[in-house]
Design a protein around this ligand. Sequence first.
Ligand code: GLV
Ligand code: GLV
Length: 320
Amino acid sequence: MKKRLVMSHDLPGQPDKKARSEGWDVVVPERGGRMSRVGLLSEVKEAFALVTLLSDRVDTELLDAAPRLKIVANYAVGYDNIDLSACKERGIVVTNTPDVLTEATADLTWALLLGSARRLVEGHRLVSRGEYQGWAPHLLLGQDVGGRVLGIFGAGRIGRAVAERSVGFGMKVLYTDSYPWEEGEKRLGAKRVAWEELLEQSDFLSLHAPLLPDTEKVMNRDAFSRMKPTAILINAARGGLVDEDALLEALDKGELFGAGLDVYDPEPPLQSNPLLKHPRIVLAPHLGSASVGVREEMGRLVIENILAVWEGRPPLTPVG
Ligand code: GLV
Ligand code: GLV
């Protein structure tokens, strides 16, 4: 069997170099480039390994075009872009890049939280447009963070790291998860609550659950109507968790103070989406893991997983 690796995108830190040095035949787009779907469908024919992004759909069409494929290494912690059962049926290992991006994603979550609480982007626009006329008692009043309630939906690695960061702000942590987080309960005084209670009590509600059929649009009209009018929603997980129309409606009806979003549904969002122009929403272009060091680590992990599967060792970070 040939050591052939197909990468749908050129990646930071050039992990393809590492693979080449291990004797792999690597198909990768030019610097900064990406492969079209059609290109990908034809390149995977001989591939043993495929590196994908969350924007690549790994479905039966792609898998059927790749009869020799043994591993799909997703360059992301989430893997809702991959048909896991179709991979399993074909004996294809799927891996992701957990852990290495946990802290960076928690940092970005906090950037959105603080930015929305203190209306930083509205302020930036005001100053950069030359419209700032000096200190004023009513100018852009936001919400306090210290001592408030931080609600975490999904206390996985990232949700926990977000909660850990609240200690310096003296916040009270509530979380909703199928499993208790004993360490967090002991050390941070975090309390596990039902979903309705999380909605009703949180001053900042931060989403950290994977996108699954039962988490899709958990933030719907009913959910928003239960929140405090002073509350802020943060989503650095997956756009599909939020019903964007319901979010806009909640903001316009004054059911919610603001939101900070790193993810959209669809992604990228349509230019015509009114969400993009809403003053109370802080928008980021899916930057959760976007630090120089983290993106290199993700590339390293992707290659390590591929080498392991080739050598018949267990992959480092399998999913499914
Ligand atoms: C990014 O969203 C990821 O899942 O890594
Ligand atoms: C998600 O998978 C996480 O790391 O929290």
